[in-house]
Design a protein around this ligand. Structure first.
Ligand code: CAA
Ligand code: NAI
Length: 698
């Protein structure tokens, strides 16, 4: 090893005629300043060494470069810039072979594009995921990729950000060879062969750009505006690729650079980068405890949630028993699962064999005794404490010691559920979101007596099921639904005061939510919210009780999409139109309660829907129900469709400034009373000291 050339993360060694540059920057070989400097230095050394005929660039550890070091984005840029390192590689007069394993992502793939040859391990994946961080590939990716793989394939990779597997990369011409066996040896052999045969160096930047196709670009842009509503980066990706086709390489690079710099400084990219790290933080527990082994699972209740949860296990290859009250309901539940999988097969998302394999992992039963071997049981029966108690008493009697007993309850107290058992330390909440087999969020709820090892186990299980799991404390509605209930309350008050359901929904849709609260209520069924409300009437304030719009809708059977009308009217294609009848119901309610209606601005609607949620989140943090502000963002991003480019409710609050939020809370407190609007002490403290939620740790 030549110590004089390498540094702490880059090793340089000459073996025969081949220089091997090996990067070792755990965990994912991000292209930090030290990596960039070491890499450039090593390439220059190989160039200068007359005994070297070819160069292999390879990474140690679990992956090829996973991209630029995202943590450096918040700091001033440091030399050497990645573009210059890549240019140095491309301009080298000796062949450079990239040896790719794991994931070659972002700047990592751009380095590979700067190399003259690419060989990949068969399990490797290659992609430009920058768009997911609100960026575009800023080191030549938008300029080199279309030259190498053609316009359509390149634009798809840049706009969608999804990696392609090695075999597809080979078909596309993105890699030249797949390695059989050991990647290092195969890359060395390829480099020897290239040196022997004196093959021409293929510099990607010198390949001709594909011809311009303006009409196609216009169509793609229109499509992207619709499908990625509100996102800036995909549109800028299109601009950058357009530049690759219409400008000489150097000018295209300059355009890419400008677009990249603007995106990097944008609030959207800051929010998306926050979301990336927040998701990874959420998996870290404040204690270390061993996770229990989970090989056999069981789910109780084959309804909406139970069926979806059983599918999550089957999708992850874990055998699961599904228990129902009687044979008929069991049959119906299994048939719904089968129909769901069949739909996926029809749409080409699953093969028939995969469907059969998954169904074979789901075993129906009506006997609690059959669950005695289960490592975990997740209850998803009706939201009724008496029914939950009955089920948990049975589980306590049947389940083996050490089995985890989980409830999918949306609101109920985990400790109260646990008291039906002699083993409260093994009882935990696992709050999946509907549809459970699709939604990424898993809110794991720790009761006051739940053991650390059970918490660690359900967090680990969440990862295995492909979920984003967040550990929260037990309280009414936990984190997500507790905050949602404040928004729901305020949105009904807004109707009373003069807004229409359509206006409220339009404002929240415009903010970036997939739908507003009334369209969402129509989708879930108004009877669901109504039943919840009935169970709480005693604890409601007089104004909440009097605001009986929901009761009136249910009384005339306007239950939402399932009855063809709720807050909206629906045609056969479920297309929504504002409903004169729903508006008349609201007006009638207002007339009877003597409320004078007024014009309400969009800004007021936005503030009155979002600020109470932010304030409630501050209470949640004060009470320790959530451990970190970023956990609350993760819940809302993955469970409630909060626009990712706003980074979650607390990232958004920080971006607009907590002083602004506090001012709004105080204004509405003066108008509507402290009972709804008293600012949380934490929020006041942070706002008055000029800090944000995400400065709390510092
Ligand atoms: N920069 C800095 N840190 C990174 C990183 C990056 N690009 N990618 C991952 N990490 C960190 C994670 O934060 C995590 O750190 P902690 O252990 O401290 O939490 C650690 O590496 C492991 O990451 P994961 O938990 O995500 O590990 P995984 O095995 O599940 O996934 C991965 C690995 C597929 C590489 C995934 O981390 C990933 O997708 N990373 C982001 C890749 C990316 O977006 N690259 C583009 C960067 S932007 C760019 O390159 C711009 C440009 O053109 C110049
Ligand atoms: P559901 O009514 O669709 O299904 C409940 C199923 O449980 C029914 O099939 C019923 O036959 C079965 N069941 C009832 N008692 C049983 C018993 N003693 N033994 C075996 N099976 C029994 O209800 P859904 O919507 O699936 O809700 C289940 C739980 O999930 C509730 O606690 C709910 O609050 C929670 N939840 C619901 C969400 C939703 O969007 N529907 C979202 C997140 C949580």
């Amino acid at each position: 090893m030549n110590k004089a050339v390498g540094n702490e993360v880059v090793a340089y060694r000459v073996q025969g005629r081949i220089a091997r540059i090996a990067i070792d920057n755990p965990p994912v070989n991000a292209l930090s300043q030290a990596v960039r400097a070491g890499l450039k230095h090593a390439v220059e050394a190989a160039q200068a060494d007359s005994s070297v005929a070819a160069i292999v660039l390879i990474c140690e550890g679990r992956t090829f470069f996973a991209g630029a070091d995202i943590r450096e984005f918040a700091k001033p840029p440091q030399d050497p810039r990645l573009v210059d390192v890549i240019l140095c590689i491309e301009q080298c007069t000796k062949p450079v072979v990239a040896a790719i394993h794991g994931t070659a992502l972002g700047g990592g793939l751009e380095v590979a594009l700067g190399c003259h040859f690419r060989i990949a391990d068969a399990g490797a994946r290659l992609g430009l995921p920058e768009v997911k961080l609100g960026l575009l590939p800023g080191a030549g990716g938008t300029q080199r990729l279309p030259r190498l793989v053609g316009l359509k394939a390149a634009l798809d990779m840049v706009i969608e950000g999804n990696p392609v597997p090695a075999r597809k990369a080979l078909e596309m011409g993105l890699v030249d060879e797949l390695a059989e066996g050991d990647l290092g040896a195969a890359a060395q052999a390829l480099a020897e062969r290239i040196a022997d045969q004196g093959l021409d160096l293929r510099r990607t930047s010198r390949l001709p750009a594909p011809p311009m196709d303006e009409q196609w670009f216009a169509e793609v842009e229109q499509h992207v505006r619709k499908r990625k509503r509100g996102y800036e980066a995909p549109l800028r990706c299109i601009d950058a690729v357009r530049a690759a086709l219409s400008l000489p390489f150097e000018e295209g690079m300059a355009t890419e650079r400008e677009l990249f710099a603007a995106l990097k400084a944008s609030p959207q990219s800051r929010a998306l980068r926050h979301a990336f790290f927040a998701e990874r933080e959420a998996g870290k527990l404040p204690f270390s405890a061993p996770a229990r082994r989970i090989e056999r699972a069981a789910v109780i209740g084959a309804g909406t949630m139970g069926g979806g949860i059983a599918m999550c296990f089957a999708n992850a290859g874990i055998a699961v028993q599904l228990l129902e009250k009687d044979e008929e309901r069991l049959r119906q539940g299994l048939a719904r699962i089968q129909a769901n999988y069949d739909g996926s097969a029809r749409r080409g998302r699953l093969t028939r064999e995969a469907v059969a394999e998954r169904m074979a992992l789901i075993h129906g039963t009506t006997l609690f005794e059959d669950l005695h071997e289960a490592d975990i049981v997740i209850e998803a029966v009706f939201e009724d404490m008496a029914v939950k108690h009955e089920v948990f008493r049975e589980l306590d009697r049947i389940c083996k010691p050490g089995a985890i007993l989980a409830s999918n309850t949306s609101y109920l107290d985990i400790d109260a559920i646990a008291s039906a058992t002699q083993r409260p330390q093994d009882v935990v909440g696992m709050h999946f979101f509907s549809p459970a087999n699709v939604m990424r969020l898993l809110e794991n709820v720790r009761g006051p007596r739940t053991s650390e090892s059970v918490c660690a186990s359900v967090m680990e299980l969440g990862r295995r099921l492909g979920k984003v799991a967040v550990l929260v404390g037990s309280c009414d509605g936990f984190v997500g639904n507790r905050m949602l209930s404040k928004r729901t309350r305020e949105s009904y008050f807004l109707l009373q005061e003069g807004a229409t359901p359509y206006q409220v929904d339009r404002v929240l849709h415009g903010f970036g939510f997939p739908m507003g609260p009334f369209a969402m209520a129509d989708l879930a069924g108004l009877d669901v919210g109504w039943r919840n409300r009935q169970g709480r009437l005693a604890s409601l304030t007089p104004r909440e009780r009097d605001c009986d719009i929901l009761d009136r809708m249910v009384a005339v059977n306007r239950l939402g999409q399932k009855t063809g009308g709720g807050f909206y009217e629906y045609d056969a294609d479920r297309k929504a139109q504002p409903s004169a009848q729903a508006e008349a119901i609201v007006a009638e309610h207002c007339a009877q309660s003597g409320i004078r209606r007024r014009d309400i601005s969009d800004q007021e609607i936005l503030e009155r829907c979002l600020y109470p949620m932010i304030n409630e989140a501050a209470y949640i943090l004060e009470e320790g129900v959530a451990a970190r502000a970023s956990d609350i963002d993760v819940v809302w991003l993955n469970g409630y469709g909060f626009p990712a480019y706003r980074g979650g409710p607390l990232c958004y609050a920080d971006q607009i400034g907590l002083d602004t939020v506090l001012e709004g809370l105080r204004k509405y407190e003066a108008e509507h009373g402290s009972i709804y609007w008293r600012p949380a002490d934490l929020l006041v403290r942070l706002a008055e000291s000029g800090r944000g939620f995400h400065d709390m740790a510092s």
